[in-house]
Design a protein around this ligand. Structure first.
Ligand code: TXA
Ligand code: MG
Length: 356
């Protein structure tokens, strides 16, 4: 299959032909990659079981890992859920359209293929104009997991989608670089108490403030996976974001961590492993004297934490591009987005920590 990349503008008139093409592809059960404000999504008809099967196949993703259903208008919600849970409206008013996904009891309209067999459905209304335009033009219910191959870092631009999906899907809609760079926050409102399933740009304090009650954090968020318990967000049990390299996160004060990372990187590189260091703008100079074959990359600035969120997946992809075999990363427990950033970084490193 040949994959076409078409630039979109987020203006229904300018994009009219592209939207017609998209409508045709999606109504036939086909797939297209689309930009959203978080990461690129691999879009298919959420109400068509064949589309869900195709998504799993294109991603190489286990089919028990449910998909998020994306809508463009609040009045689309009624059809796909059985009831609006307590507090949900407060979240929609405050955070939709935007980077928040809410898990609710599903209606019979949503096929089990889309929800990985669960009786709940995860729903999100993105704010990206191209995503909204696309959803509205393709029937209103779009299943869209992140557009990466399963296990790889999510995609923040069309070129990365092409790397992973080229030859597997007919269309990639190019909307440039995404804004946030980490996937949406997921909160589960299907039980008695709200539970955070995945940290993101919308933080727990923001959710608690909007809901006026405590939000619990699922244990799988911190990487505690009990093999006997099915995690609430099934995606949590799979390897994620992982570069091919063996990766370690070194935790501690900036100076101490940099000192240890420098030492470990020198050792690794001397034994012949292609070695890379993930640092930040503030610490980069601390690695000045390292062997030349060690690549030191800044993921962004701690002072502007959204730059770290935005660049993280790009940097993880860079590790593979440079053929890194050994990666040492600083930890980035920044004030607002630190939980979301470290959640991804920890998975990328396969939970390998070194504390100094
Ligand atoms: O920002 C995002 O949410 C992006 C963009 C494209 O919208 N999408 C995305 O989808 O990250 P995906 O499939 O890569 O991640 C969805 C996560 C998975 O971990 C999955 O297990 C969880 O959501 N999930 C989906 N439906 C669920 C449900 N009914 N109950 C619990 N977890 C669910
Ligand atoms: Mg994903």
């Amino acid at each position: 299959m040949e994959t076409e990349i078409i630039r979109a503008w987020g203006d229904a008139e300018k994009d009219a032909e592209l939207l017609r093409l998209s409508g045709r592809i999606i109504s036939e059960g086909g797939l297209a990659a689309i930009p959203t404000e978080t990461v690129y999504g691999l879009a298919g008809d959420a109400l068509n079981p064949d589309s869900a099967r195709r998504i799993y196949e294109a991603k190489g993703r286990p089919s028990d890992n449910p998909l998020i259903v994306h809508i463009a208008r609040l009045d689309s919600l009624e059809y796909i859920i059985s009831r609006i849970p307590e507090g949900a409206m407060k979240l929609f008013e405050r955070f939709w359209p935007g980077p928040l996904t809410v898990v609710m009891e599903k209606s019979a309209a949503v096929p089990g293929e889309t929800t990985g067999g669960l009786d709940t459905v995860a729903v999100r209304m993105p704010v990206h104009p191209i995503a909204l335009e696309f959803i509205a033009a393709t029937g209103g219910y779009i299943a869209a997991p992140s557009a990466n191959r399963s296990g790889r870092p999510s995609c923040t631009n069309a070129a990365h989608v092409m790397e992973d999906m080229g030859g597997r899907i007919p269309l990639i809609i190019d909307g440039g670089e995404v804004g946030i760079g980490l996937e949406s926050t997921i909160v589960d409102l299907s039980g008695e108490r709200p539970v955070l399933l995945r940290p993101g740009y919308i933080t727990v304090p923001m959710l608690e403030e909007a809901l006026g009650r405590e939000v619990l954090v699922d244990r799988a968020v911190d990487g505690v996976i009990d093999p006997d318990i099915r995690p609430r967000a099934p995606g949590m049990k799979y390897t994620h974001y992982a570069p091919r390299a063996r990766m370690y996160i070194v935790r501690g004060s900036a100076e101490k961590a940099a000192e240890r990372i420098a030492k470990l990187a020198e050792q690794g590189s001397r034994t012949g492993s292609k070695t890379a260091v993930i640092a930040c703008d503030e610490t980069r100079k601390l690695y000045g004297g390292l062997r030349e074959d060690i690549e030191v990359i800044s993921v962004g600035s701690r002072e502007k934490e959204e730059t770290i969120a935005h660049n993280l997946f790009n940097v993880l992809r860079r590790m593979d591009e440079m053929g890194a075999e050994l990666v040492y990363s600083e930890a980035f427990y920044t004030p607002r987005l630190g939980n979301a950033i470290m959640n991804r970084l920890t998975r990328a490193a396969g939970h390998r920590f070194i504390d100094v």
